[in-house]
Design a protein around this ligand. Structure first.
Ligand SMILES: Nc1ncnc2c1ncn2[C@@H]1O[C@H](COP(=O)(O)OP(=O)(O)OP(=O)(O)O)[C@@H](O)[C@H]1O
Ligand SMILES: [Mg+2]
Length: 252
């Protein structure tokens, strides 16, 4: 039996996107997109710049309403109910630049979701925040302000905040953007640890090839020309894909 639980829970779809069209001011960027994410997987959403990766993530995380189609998370039609609060607390989001509030310390940034959605006493909040900061290696930096953190530390702090409510599902938009290769590898390792040890399902938007190869259980590749999914599969499958745009993407 797998200690990680990855194989034992295989099969349950915790994100389901069905015929989704999404865009801006009535102009679709993606049309009739369908895919699913199974519990315990790390799924990367990839594709060249401008193909709609962030747009898709915005729709999945409640920031951009679809033009058509459905998004189900934990089997709830999330836009039908205007992104219910229960869903919000069961998913974490790591924004591209960490998304930290500049006037709050690292501690208060990580505590923010707990203060918003629980009535916990301050001592519980403190313990939980330090647990998460410990997990991302920032326990000694709780009192720092975001402006005093390096790019990698900002990502770690953003990740601690995304994890503070113990969500089983975490979305990350370009978690490695702007990081040097060594720091990028550390963040990748952290994501893989969270996936393997805590069985957190991860949906990661990225165009970093090395990272895609390192972390993906499954890849979903978007393409501008088709306004949607051009290929879906493991890295190995995409490298051998019949479409030249897919093979080209993976050519080093
Ligand atoms: N707020 C917005 N209003 C109008 N158009 C937008 C908006 N945000 C993005 N777009 C357009 O949607 C398209 C897809 O953008 P998106 O940011 O989703 O791409 P991406 O795949 O995330 O690219 P990158 O890899 O560069 O981050 C682009 O043509 C972009 O100009
Ligand atoms: Mg983007």
């Amino acid at each position: 039996m797998s200690l990680t639980g990855k194989s034992s829970l295989d099969g349950e779809e915790i994100v389901r996107v069905s015929n989704l069209s999404v865009g801006y001011s009535g102009h679709p960027i993606l049309e009739r997109v369908s895919f699913a994410v199974k519990r315990g997987q790390i799924v990367t959403i990839l594709g060249t710049s401008g193909c709609g990766k962030s747009t898709l993530l915005r729709c999945l995380t409640g920031l951009l309403e679809p033009m058509d189609g459905k998004v189900f998370i934990f089997d709830v039609d999330v836009w039908d109910m205007n992104f219910p609060k229960e869903i919000r607390t069961r998913m974490g989001v790591l924004f591209q630049a960490g998304g930290l509030l500049g006037s709050f310390s690292v501690f208060d940034n990580v505590a923010f979701p707990l203060r918003e959605s629980t009535n916990w006493p301050e001592s519980w909040i403190r313990d939980m925040v330090y647990l998460k900061l410990e997990m991302v290696g920032l326990a000694d930096f709780a009192h720092y302000m975001p402006s005093e953190l390096s790019g990698g530390m900002k990502k770690r702090a953003g990740l601690a905040r995304a994890l503070v409510l113990d969500p089983p599902l975490v979305f990350c938009d370009e978690p490695l953007a702007g990081l040097d290769p060594l720091t990028a590898r550390e963040i990748d390792s952290l994501l893989m640890e969270l996936n393997e040890m805590l069985n957190i399902t991860l949906v990661v938007v990225t165009h970093e090839l090395v990272s895609i190869e390192r972390i993906s259980d499954h890849c979903i590749m978007l393409d501008r020309s088709v306004k949607g999914v051009i290929a879906s599969g493991t890295v190995g499958e995409l490298k051998e894909h019949s479409h030249p745009a897919v093979r080209d993407f993976f050519r080093h």
